[in-house]
Design a protein around this ligand. Structure first.
Ligand code: PXL
Length: 275
C-alpha cells in the first residue's frame, strides 16, 4: 500500500502558535507519516480560540488566491487538499478555487466551526452557512458532532442513538462523497467516531468509554492522521480506525499532566508511532 513517491498535501488551516491546534499539529503529524505538508495559513493567531482570551488574530484572506496562483504556476502537484478553520466568508471561495484548481487531488474538508454545542468565537452565522458549500463534492468531511448538527440544521444533541448517527451520516453524504462524525455521544453512554464510505456503502462505528478530559485540537490530530492514511492508500474505515487509535493514545498520555485542557494534547510524546 505504501508508495515510494513523495506524497504532498496542502493544508489550508490557521496557524495558532500556542495550544496545539490546526497547523501546529497538522504539519508534524502529516510529516511524520512521510507526506510533504504544504501549509496554507488562513489566519495567524497567538493561541487557538478555545479557552484563551485576548488572543492576537491576523486574517490572511488576501494571501490564499495569490498563493494558489503561485503553486499553479510552479506546477506543484497536490495529492490532497485538506481544509479546516477559515477566518472569513471570502475564504470559502478561496478554498473552492483551490479545490477547482487541483481537481485530481483528494479534497478533505474538516468543517471546523465549533465544539460542545457552541460556535467558535470568530465564526459568524453567515460563515457557518457558507461552510456548507465547502462540503459539496468533498471526498471526505470530518465534522465533530457539533459541526454535523450545524451542517444538517439539527439542534445539538446531548446524545443520539447509533441509528440516528447513521442517518446523519447518510444525510451528510448527500453533499460529500464520504462522511465521518467525530466525538458523538451515544445513548449507551459510549463515545464514538462513525463513518460512511459513500462509494462502497461501508458503515463503521468505533466506540470507546468516555475519557475524563477533552482537549482542543483533538479533531485536528484525528483528521490529519486520517488524511495521511487515506493518502497512503488505506480505505476510509481503516484510516478512521487508525486515526481514532492515535488520537486516543495521545489523549491518554496527556491526561493527568497537570496542565489546563486548553494547552492541548501532548501528541509529541507518541508522534514516533506514526513513523
Ligand atoms: O482545532 C480547531 C481550531 C482551529 N483553529 C482555531 C481554533 C480551534 C479550536 O478552538 O480556535 C483558531
Amino acid at each position: 500500500m505504501i508508495t515510494d513517491r513523495q506524497l504532498t498535501c496542502a493544508a489550508i488551516h490557521d496557524m495558532s502558535g500556542f495550544g496545539r491546534c490546526s497547523l501546529a499539529v497538522i504539519i508534524p503529524i502529516i510529516s511524520a507519516m512521510g507526506i510533504q505538508c504544504v501549509p496554507v495559513p488562513t489566519a495567524v493567531l497567538s493561541t487557538h480560540t478555545g479557552g484563551f482570551d485576548d488572543f492576537v488574530f491576523r486574517d490572511t484572506t488576501d494571501f490564499l488566491v495569490p498563493c494558489r496562483e503561485h503553486y499553479k504556476k510552479l506546477g506543484v502537484r497536490f495529492d490532497a487538499i485538506y481544509s479546516g478553520f477559515l477566518a472569513s466568508e471570502e475564504q470559502v471561495d478561496s478554498c473552492l478555487d483551490f479545490f477547482a484548481s487541483f481537481p485530481q487531488a483528494m479534497h478533505i474538508v474538516d468543517p471546523v466551526m465549533g465544539e460542545n454545542g457552541e460556535r467558535y468565537k470568530t465564526y459568524t452565522p453567515r460563515l457557518v452557512e457558507r461552510m456548507k458549500e465547502l462540503t459539496v463534492g468533498a471526498q471526505v468531511i470530518t465534522p465533530n458532532i457539533t459541526e454535523a448538527a450545524m451542517l444538517l440544521d439539527e439542534p445539538y444533541p446531548d446524545s443520539l442513538t447509533e441509528a440516528q448517527a447513521r442517518n446523519w451520516l447518510e444525510r451528510l453524504c448527500r453533499s460529500a462523497k464520504s462522511a465521518v462524525i467525530t466525538g458523538a455521544v451515544l445513548d449507551t453512554g459510549e463515545h464514538a467516531n462513525l463513518c460512511l464510505d459513500g462509494a462502497s456503502g461501508e458503515y463503521t462505528c468505533i466506540c470507546w468509554e468516555p475519557l475524563p478530559a477533552s482537549y482542543p485540537g483533538t479533531g485536528d490530530i484525528f483528521a490529519s492522521v486520517m488524511t495521511g492514511r487515506l493518502l497512503l492508500g488505506y480505505k476510509l474505515s481503516d484510516a478512521v480506525r487508525a486515526a481514532t487509535g492515535f488520537a486516543r493514545r495521545a489523549v491518554e498520555v496527556t491526561i493527568g499532566n497537570g496542565q489546563p485542557e486548553r494547552n492541548g494534547v501532548e501528541f509529541e510524546r507518541v508522534l514516533r508511532e506514526l513513523f
